[in-house]
Design a protein around this ligand. Sequence first.
Ligand SMILES: [Zn+2]
Length: 332
Amino acid sequence: MSSATEVILLGTSGGPRWRRDRAGVASALVVGDAAYLVDCGYGTGRQMIRAGLGLDRLRGLFVTHLHSDHTIDFFSLLLFGWYEKLEGVERPVVALGPGDRGRVPPASPHLLTPPATICSDSPTPGLAEMTRHLTRAFATDINDRLRDNLRRHPDDLLVARDIALPQDVPFDPDHRPCPRMRPFQIYEDDRVRVSATLVQHAPVAPAFAFRFDTDEGSVVFSGDTGVCENLIELAADADVLVHEVIDEQWVHRQYEGGRTEQQRSMIDHHLTAHTAIPDTGRVAERAGVRILALNHFVPGELESPRWEEAAKEFSGTLVVGQDLDRIPLRRA
Ligand SMILES: [Zn+2]
């Protein structure tokens, strides 16, 4: 068992797609025999097994936002985790993520008729409510495993809670999804202290970035975000910044350089909710981090020399992340 304090990039692909060469976005921070997950995109459990990371080491699971490419394997960590050592956890794994958005996002001005709302009695559940919905949806399987396979009760293995924003943060999901704010602490144990801040991924809100401080160093996970001062403050002087990235030239190609108003608005949307390649380097430089590790690649092709261009704006070490890359927090 590795005792190094290190980040493992379990999956590095962005977007709700299956890719043959990258798993969905998920990262682990390993501190001695404890492990913490940030996001759980497609293939998270399998990537943990491939990384030699038994689920009995898992203490916390931190969900940046509730897009499916960050959450699709959330509940499989419980349902399959039963058979992958999750039952070995001493205490229930604490899952922390966004609360209820409160209302559906405004309809795009390009929609002639707003669509019917899905699940209108609870159209934007937060992580805790989502977990209750999922537990109900899988009740047939869960009751069978409890009675026939003598599995431990889900409540003993995983507890999901919404992250409560500090009262003085003027958050509004439609009008102020990312107000300027100070980082605030959301979790602490004998290995890590975890802080959060709001980031810019509207209309998805709340969307968080997380910082983990350990005795060996610190790491920040951007989640999905455009360039945002809150993130730069959160990442100040961190050892490692794991940051999402989008190829801005690809965005322009996808929408034909913005020939129509709708195409221009899609380009704007992608480039304010995500971070262009040179901007990832600028953010890392301003935050003063030692290592910038790119993940959540959009598009997800492996073989693009474009990603390396982030280094032009950054004087530290750039890691163009690959699945299962390990990055020690402590300076070599
Ligand atoms: Zn997203």
